[in-house]
Design a protein around this ligand. Structure first.
Ligand code: FAD
Length: 419
């Protein structure tokens, strides 16, 4: 199994890099496992890792229909933060942040977690009041938050138009300094390697095509690589939740699938030293270590399973970027792509037992589930192993929509594309 010590790096550098081994095995499916996890994205892989590590449950398979990391875990813009308003979200995402802070060590895999901060720009006094309220709610839960003045912002982000004549004048901002970015592929690969070395089978090109039931109880799945039985079947398929749950006979999920696009520019000298969000629209950006701007904006606004988006959003995102940074007008876009997001009715996730006996469900990550990857897997593993939620995910039930105990951080109401 590949080990990434300084010694191994040096040895391989001197011997032509001939000695690296695959980071995870390519096993054949077994007829049965204790636990099957459908979906080899960040959440499925981290669940498998924590099931093995925290609960000693190693007879586990992760079933991925494509190649590992082909979903949103490898398509996101890598922002990690815990700057929420509602206590349920602050506690859950702060738990994730704490796991992020030790993740490279824990996995012995450099996930390039960079705590460069996340700054939300405010453009009106009302918005600044709102940010102060959110910052206070975070501090109340022991999470770092601070309000910044325009002068402090100008120093932190040279190139930002902070003049009074700017199209959208900046009057302050909410900063979380412990927020930042991580290398998304490395997160998938690190969890995969960590799970594999504890005995988990990662089965790529293994699409689940149906569920095997004994009465109401789910006892296994049909796949493109044959039938596989399991004591417990966990679903963590993000944007494909509705499709997969329908195979199990659950027709109505409080989830809509929407496309979100991302963009990368050509490399520029370092000038953006934090994750930045625009307050008068939907635009956010960070700068990668290679110098490219990594940025995006709103959903395309229609339901879709396509991993690509449409031109109106491209135009909107570019125009918002130029409202903030007029000097970027001639920078070229190198790449763009889309991912299918599982938008929930209240913008918060679902991590729960059920809804059928033998089944466990993890979904509703909207466009913010990358930062949740460690805590989601940690809590989902707890839920699967103990058949009850951990206190961090106890509020994130499926039936909260029936009971009216929604967790609507943005206060947008039940319109998934607005969360
Ligand atoms: C453009 C974009 C930018 C984003 N930016 C951010 C960000 O900056 N910060 C942040 O926190 N979040 C962000 N997100 C959201 C984040 O990426 C997702 O919420 C998160 O990755 C979803 O969890 P996952 O990694 O498990 O999903 P995925 O990686 O999509 O994993 C689900 C897997 O299930 C597999 N699957 C589906 N159906 C089946 C089947 N029938 N059988 C077997 N396997 C199946 C899929 O192939 C896929 O690999 C962004 C998303 C997008 C699209």
């Amino acid at each position: 199994m590949a080990e990434y010590s300084a010694f191994a790096l040096l040895k391989n550098a001197l011997t032509g890099n001939q000695d690296w081994k695959p980071a995870w095995r390519k096993p054949e499916p077994k007829p049965a496992y204790d636990v099957i996890i459908i979906g080899g994205g960040g959440h499925g892989l981290s669940t498998a890792y924590y099931l093995a590590k925290e609960f000693g449950i190693t007879n586990v398979a992760v079933l991925e229909k494509g190649y590992l990391g082909s979903g949103n875990v490898g398509r996101n813009t890598t922002a990690v933060r815990s700057n929420y308003l509602l206590p349920e979200n602050v506690r859950f995402y702060e738990h994730s942040m704490k796991l992020w802070e030790n993740l490279s060590h824990e996995l012995n895999y450099n996930v390039m977690f960079s705590q460069r901060g996340c700054l939300n720009l405010a453009h009106t006094p009302g918005q600044l009041d709102d940010y102060a309220r959110r910052g206070n709610a975070m501090r109340h839960e022991g999470v770092d938050a601070e309000l910044m003045t325009p002068a402090q912002i100008a120093k932190l982000v040279p190139g930002l138009d902070v003049s009074a004549s700017a199209r959208f004048p900046i009057i302050g901002g909410l900063m979380q300094r412990r927020a930042g970015t991580a290398r998304h592929d490395a997160v998938a690969w690190g969890y995969a390697r960590g799970a594999d070395r504890r005995g988990v089978d990662i089965l790529e090109n293994c699409e689940v095509t149906g569920f095997i039931k004994d009465g109401d109880r789910v006892v296994g799945v049909n796949t493109t690589r044959g039938e596989i039985r399991a004591g417990k079947v966990a679903v963590a398929v993000a944007g494909h939740t509705g499709h997969v749950m329908r195979m199990a006979g659950i027709d109505t999920m409080p989830i809509e699938s929407h496309v979100l696009q991302a963009f990368v520019s050509e490399s520029l000298k370092p000038f953006l030293h934090t994750v930045l969000t625009f307050g008068m629209g939907h635009f956010y950006a960070s700068q990668s270590d290679k110098g490219g701007l990594v940025y995006g904006g709103d959903l395309d606004g229609y339901n879709s399973y396509a991993q690509r988006g449409n031109l109106p959003i491209v135009e909107e995102v570019m125009s918002e970027m130029l409202a903030l940074f007029p000097s970027l007008a001639r920078v070229r876009v190198l790449r763009s792509w889309g991912g299918v997001c599982d938008m929930s009715m209240d913008g918060s996730p679902i991590i729960t037992t059920g809804p059928l006996p033998g089944m466990y469900l993890n979904c509703g990550w909207c466009y913010g589930g990358f930062k949740a990857t460690p805590a989601s897997g940690w809590c989902f593993a707890h839920t699967i192993a103990r058949d009850e939620p951990h206190e961090f995910n106890a509020p994130f039930t499926l039936d909260r929509f029936q009971r009216g105990t929604i967790i609507d951080d943005k206060g947008q109401g039940s319109t998934p594309r607005l969360h």
